[in-house]
Design a protein. Structure first.
Lengths: 317, 274
């Protein structure tokens, strides 16, 4: 190891309070940086640099296929707000698609996994097995989930409509080809696919709530609901904050489900912002415009995340 | 805990299980049906005449080299897991145990990127990967994704929880930081390393949008973008598409069954201190 030579040996510094969390050993001045170096190189190249590079790209008329990439200032951003521009209507349509999807799926992805976690937060035989079963779809990629549900929900050939028809319900619902069914499909499939993830996080949170709090609540004579409101929810607050922010981020990132299941159908109504950004930037190679879109979307998400943090803080008082 | 009637209780649990398992079983069964039977109304559950036809079609088409995709997926996911373990564990050790300037700032910066939506990096990263000549190669799938902050964050938490006594004893014996890291800290961290390896593998195996746009030639594809190609090529020949989905599912489902504890552990941890 080349790093070996630079690692200086120093005697341990005697400390009065050994084992305290913040105490650290003294080492050669270069050593820590050598440990950091390999990760830092990858991190700077593929996270920090692109975050800044993207801003730079968004200020240019950056066509991947053309040699010249003239500086255009904020024009790419202005075009997104100018109803005469070529991208205006598609951009806002795709942003509203992402918005609709997020508004519909986030509440479900907060509530349903919580119910599931409460169900699993008891001791019974086979608990680990059932937890694994409910989590299983999540270990599959969106591509598998996408082609699978495209098949199951095929309006004419799919088994879902066949079963619904057989039990006397309408058997011709256009799940993947018309609205509002497209949204029902995208949201439903996403909930089915990812609810195990949130449920496992909730479950870990539930197990951290001290038993005594429940016993105290029981002595106070509150019912199940009072217990949930005054013990479970406050105990889960940090976990709820994480799950909320994370679920919003993931929903706003939605791509594969629309790409594979509805393919934007009926027209481009279910084409999400990420799908549109990818198409403009990586299929049409208009990277300046696409970069501008991605920063605008990031700004929206930042505002939403701050609002969520605020809401959770206010409940403190 | 309140007593529940076992029969009612397990009926609910098993009913719920069906919702999650039935679609996956349907995928499995369809892969062994003929195209006609797969879309018959009313549907048949078990294949009436089980056939390897779909699988033969899938493997026999040189336009869609599924076995090649399988190997590519395996290489990319394994490669990234190994890379993440190596670089994240070193960085996490420095952040957990060593003292240096701007440590808090550096850690804060890494953590902040957990909340940067990944799509914002896609376009600039496409150009960066292009500049390194990695477009349309597996390197594009292995290296950039290893920059994620989760591994560093996760291992740092774990290292902080290790008792210091063993490390202190090693210091007394004259070990340097590298020796302490490789001979004391890493062996103690096997469960955490296993968890991170499994999570990294799964994440990479399942990634979709990035490989769709950075890979172009059929030979370079992995299974996930490959499934989109199969869907386009076989449209309503569903047994072939389901056979492809099966190939993409089996390794991760097996890994999940074997390493369930690690997967669940990794996911639980991601929420606690987020």
């Amino acid at each position: 190891m080349a790093a070996e030579t630079a690692l200086t040996r120093t005697p341990p510094v005697p400390t009065g309070e050994s084992g305290a969390g913040g105490r650290v050993r003294r080492t050669g001045t270069l050593t820590p940086y050598l440990f950091l170096l390999p990760y830092a190189v990858v991190f700077c190249t593929f996270v920090l640099a692109p975050a800044v590079y993207g801003l730079w790209i968004s200020l240019h008329d950056w066509d991947y296929l053309l040699p010249g990439k003239p500086f255009v200032g904020l024009d790419n951003y202005k075009a997104l707000f100018d109803s005469n521009s070529a991208v205006y209507s598609f951009w806002w349509e795709s942003l509203s698609a992402t918005g609709i999807f997020t508004v519909l799926s986030v509440p479900l992805l907060l509530a349903v996994p919580l119910m599931l976690a409460l169900l699993l937060n008891r001791s019974f035989k086979g608990r680990t097995l059932f937890r694994a079963i409910y989590f299983a779809p999540y270990v599959l990629g969106v591509a598998v989930i996408g082609v699978l549900w495209r098949f199951l929900l095929d309006p004419n050939l799919g088994v879902v409509n066949a079963v619904l028809g057989a039990i006397g319900l309408p058997g011709d619902t256009p799940w993947t080809t018309a609205l509002p069914w497209g949204w029902v499909t995208l949201v439903g499939v996403t909930v089915w696919w990812t609810l195990g993830f949130n449920a496992v996080i909730y479950l870990a949170g539930l197990q951290d709530i001290p038993r005594e709090l429940y016993e105290a609540a029981r002595i106070d004579g509150g019912g199940k609901w009072a217990e949930f409101r005054h013990v479970t929810l406050p105990g889960l607050r940090p976990v709820l904050l994480f799950v909320t922010v994370n679920t919003v981020l993931v929903s706003a990132n939605m791509f594969g489900q629309s790409y594979l299941i509805t393919q934007g159908a009926p027209g481009t109504e279910t084409r999400t912002a990420i799908m549109y950004i990818a198409q403009v930037g990586l299929s049409d190679y208009k990277m300046g415009s696409a970069a501008a879109m991605s920063y605008l979307l990031t700004a929206c998400l930042l505002v939403i995340s701050l609002i969520v943090f605020r809401l959770f803080r206010e409940k403190d008082a | 805990m309140r007593r529940v009637k076992p029969v009612a209780w397990y009926t609910v649990l098993i009913g719920l299980s069906l919702i999650f398992v039935a679609p996956l079983v349907w995928m499995l069964l369809t892969a062994f049906k003929t195209p006609g039977e797969a879309t018959r109304v009313p549907p048949t559950v078990l294949p009436e005449e089980p056939t390897m036809g779909a699988i033969d079609t899938l493997l026999g088409n040189s336009q869609t080299p599924v076995l090649r995709w399988f190997v590519n997926s395996l290489l990319a996911a394994t490669g990234q897991a190994v890379l993440v373990l190596a670089i994240a564990s070193m960085a996490a050790y420095a952040l957990a145990r060593l003292e240096f300037r701007f440590k808090k700032l550096i850690f804060g910066m890494i953590i902040a990127t957990l909340f940067v939506p990944s799509f914002v990096l896609i376009i600039p990263n496409f150009l960066i990967v292009d500049r390194f000549g990695m477009l349309d190669t597996l390197w594009a799938l292995i290296i950039p994704g290893a920059a994620g902050a989760f591994g560093v964050f996760f291992l740092r938490q774990f290292f902080l929880s290790l008792p210091r006594e063993l490390e202190e004893a090693a210091v007394l014996e004259g070990a340097n930081s590298w020796q302490i890291f490789t001979k004391v800290v890493l062996p103690l961290s096997k469960p955490a390393l296993a968890t991170l390896a499994v999570i990294s593998f799964l994440t990479n195996w399942n990634d979709f949008i990035w490989p769709v746009y950075v890979l172009f030639s059929p030979d370079q594809f992995t299974l996930q973008p490959g499934l989109a190609i199969l869907q386009g090529a076989y449209t309503i020949n569903y047994p072939v598409i389901m056979a492809g989905a099966l190939v993409a599912s089996i390794p991760v489902l097996l890994l999940f069954i074997v390493a369930q504890r690690y997967v669940i552990e990794g996911v639980s941890r991601s929420g606690l201190k987020g």
